[in-house]
Design a binder for this molecule. Sequence first.
Ligand code: ZN
Length: 371
Amino acid sequence: MAYTVPQLTDYSAVALEKAAGECVGACSSEAAEVRSDADLKAFRDRWLARKNGILTQINDVWLKGAPKEAKRGAGMRVNGVKTAVEDIIDKAEYIRLELSTATSGAVDISLPGIRRPIGAEHPVIRTTHEIVGVFQKLGYSVAEGPVVETDYYNFEALNFPPNHPARDTQDTLFIAGQQAKPQRERLLLRTHTSPVQIRTMEKMRPPIRIVIPGTVHRNDPPDASHSPMFHQIEGLAVDTNITFGDLKGTLDHAMKALFGSSVKTHFRPSFFPFTEPSAELYVTCFICGGSGRRGPDPCRPCKQTGWIEVLGCGMVDPNVFEFVKDTGYDPKKVSGFAFGMGVDRLALLKYGVDDLQYFFQGDVRFLQQFD
Ligand SMILES: [Zn+2]
């Protein structure tokens, strides 16, 4: 039965407390019955309407009807009821608002949540991390540098002669509008991560052991095995008495860690401007195991030779140390080796991908295979 405001005959504290308690209790019960916006409005009007709402009735019936000596106690009770009833109604409104936005507004709490795929490491990044990890275990630290470089760091300090073909716009992407500057200050997109070797040696005295992963650019049109943007990892170790034997031992260990303990390594003489002597490192083909064949078919990745070229390396040319002599790299006192490899090509071989462009097209269907 709906609550009605009783006439009070007894204005004792006990009677007032009882009446107030019943009133607030009734309000609470009615608040719990609110199911819709219409319910809420009816509930609110019934209790708060200025004309004949329950709070107005209580004021009229309990307070105005009270004998003079009981007015003060009755007034306090009526104010208490008012505050409690207003709190209950506020709370009912708040709950109603929450429910209506949840069920009819922007958020439907009955629907399953939206799954946000966390993605996976890109095969090139994963391969980078694996290679860097091998050298970190050998005590190498990671160094990085700017992708937009000066001619000085990209070529001059690395012993490239002034007319070297790499300095031509056919091979290198130069930043426009640099003609007014002296050649060594002209900006370009670095063609290798080697400038970071010079930058690191300018900041750190020997001994150093660093690996340098990074993005590099060359003026190559994109095709199955070329991209104007690709990734390299270089390494540099400088100390007193570093020999070619240290280079061979380090890289042989690294290749076994990367491709399996059964791979064999093989060094062939080569040429790079910044190392002397220089070599290319081959490993036995980790696809055909060095046989050059896959069952009855020829092994394409190693062109049936059983060997795959992995990186270029060599002993740091003393001319390079001359550029960083001031930070302790006296070519008469220190020696070192450097190596560099193309991460993208290794990732192609490792994952059996036949077109480099897949790596950089951002096609989710391709990338999902590497989850
Ligand atoms: Zn092979």
